[in-house]
Ligand binder design. Sequence first.
Ligand code: SF4
Length: 329
Amino acid sequence: MTKQPVLHIEQLKTYFYLDDKKTAKAVDDVSFSIYPGETVALVGESGSGKSMTALSIMQLVNKPGKIVDGKIYLHDKNLLTINHKQIATIRGNEISMIFQEPMTALNPVFTIGSQITEILRKHKKLSKKAAHDKAVDLLNMVGIPRASAVMKEYPHQLSGGMRQRVMIAMAISCEPKLLVADEPTTALDVTIQAQILELIAQLKKRFNMGLLLITHDLGVVSEYADRVMVMYGGQIVEHTTTDQLLHNTKHPYSKGLLTSLPHLEKEVDRLGSIKGTVPPAYQFPKGCRFSTRCPYVMDACKKLNPPLKQIKDDHFVRCYLYEDEEELV
Ligand code: SF4
């Protein structure tokens, strides 16, 4: 693995300014890096800020949302300092995204072939014939049978799994440096889920891409991720290697999430299911954002939000329970 990250994010803040003068801090002071060939998982319940982090990287945050602070480097280029035209060139070319529901990314009125060749002609300036041939190659690469015939078909003629394969073909068509996959298998049958995740893992290896894998499923994390960031209330609450997260879990929220992994239950303090839901991003409690649901809450937790502290070389936790462990660094 090279020292230079493909993606480096510093203190990213994406806020929504709501009509009633409230501010929803959807992403609040998030920092991390992804290296070529590495899979980093972002996990948490819905509403924790995972998808908004991905949309911020892609510069696809819609109003009233806005990136208000931070830096997003793709290699040495800060994406927050370049213009819309330059971003449009980078998106789909150097960074690609796979969405949960392929129909949101596929246009129902154009054939599969025209949608893939359009990307290749736009970003790679290929001739019509070369783009067509490359598109057939891509469909073969993602395991679509009868690739030439599928080129002439429309998205609704394909199954959900095949549509997701088409979207993956489109996402990798320009061999991006970074692939962002937002719950790429949630909408699919269980048997198809494993095939799609395996396909994404193979392609990541083949093109040495950095992969940001967004999921609520720690089973997927244990199988595919090198590192994991657990997100809650718009912030990273635990960031470490997959092995550390699964076997030396620290944050009470991460421990709660882990109870959904049956074979690991013996190895963590079982909390049972986490009570309650993620508070809306305009209504976080004072102090620790998890304090309203945390079984270990103390008085100090209700006063100030804890910082993300390094407790080991590769382990960061946002929780007052580990205040003393910073001395181990
Ligand atoms: Fe729980 Fe307090 Fe840690 Fe927050 S800081 S996770 S409330 S123990």
